[in-house]
Design a protein around this ligand. Structure first.
Ligand SMILES: [Zn+2]
Ligand SMILES: [Zn+2]
Length: 236
């Protein structure tokens, strides 16, 4: 996976000095890179070639064109349907894996990147949706990038007991650490962070009716139901 965290070259870059081995992985890597560049508004081929750690990217790209994964129009890269779908899955798996490692096993952000690169290839589609459900269908990875939605995100299921829960499900007197906030507007996010409601902070549920009263550190806060609905926590 194209590294989302701080720059530095990973082991992949060095490993890939030959043609032939790891062809599938190298295709995956480039698909993910095309996707992440596109998120940044970049779709020109030159930029991809400057960014990739694969010294033989051009050869791999030719294979991808042959396989109908993507095409080049002038200097612009366009994912074809199959490539789009494959990239979407890879990105989804990678970013969910990051969340899983970080939230559940409390692996540091730096280490997560390395591990996620290995594990993303192991998750099957069904397991991926279970992980997503378990984590409360997080909208973003730990770097704040969008996690593409899966089928599980649109249908309600009770089969898996989620580890990350909506804040409103915390019982009175229970503590939760905020995992992510999915606000309807940016303005709201700014307001919340001004109050200290940011991922990583711990809140205690003091009252649920008629409004929610939460304790953060020494501060008591009354919050509207609508806002509370945007906040997801894990019990601590
Ligand atoms: Zn990430
Ligand atoms: Zn989901």
């Amino acid at each position: 996976m194209h590294r989302e965290g701080k720059g530095k070259k990973g082991p992949h870059g060095r490993m890939w000095g030959r043609v032939g081995p790891f062809e599938e992985d190298r295709i995956d890597e480039l698909l993910e890179l095309i996707w992440t560049l596109r998120e940044e508004g970049v779709s020109d081929l030159d930029q991809l070639l400057r960014t990739t750690e694969d010294v033989e990217a051009q050869a791999i790209l030719r294979l991808m064109i042959r396989d109908g994964l993507f095409e080049v129009e002038g200097n612009r890269m366009v994912l074809r349907d199959r490539g789009e779908e494959k990239a979407r899955d890879l990105i989804r798996r990678h970013r969910l894996t990051e969340r899983l490692l970080h939230e559940i096993f409390e692996i540091s952000e730096e280490e997560v990147e390395e591990e996620a690169c290995k594990l993303e290839h192991i998750l099957s589609p069904a397991v991926t949706d279970s992980v997503c459900t378990f984590l409360g269908h997080p909208p973003t990875c730990i770097h704040g990038k969008t996690i593409p939605r899966g089928e599980c995100c649109f249908k309600f299921t009770k089969e898996i007991k989620p580890f990350v829960i909506p804040l409103e499900e915390l019982g009175l007197g229970e503590n939760g650490r905020i995992v992510f906030i999915a606000p309807k507007s940016h303005q709201r996010l700014d307001r919340l962070s001004a109050l200290g409601i940011v991922p990583g902070s711990t809140v205690r549920m003091h009252q649920k009716n008629p409004s929610h009263v939460l304790q953060i550190g020494e501060t008591m806060l009354a919050l509207d139901k609508e806002i509370v609905r945007d906040i997801y926590v894990k019990r601590v």
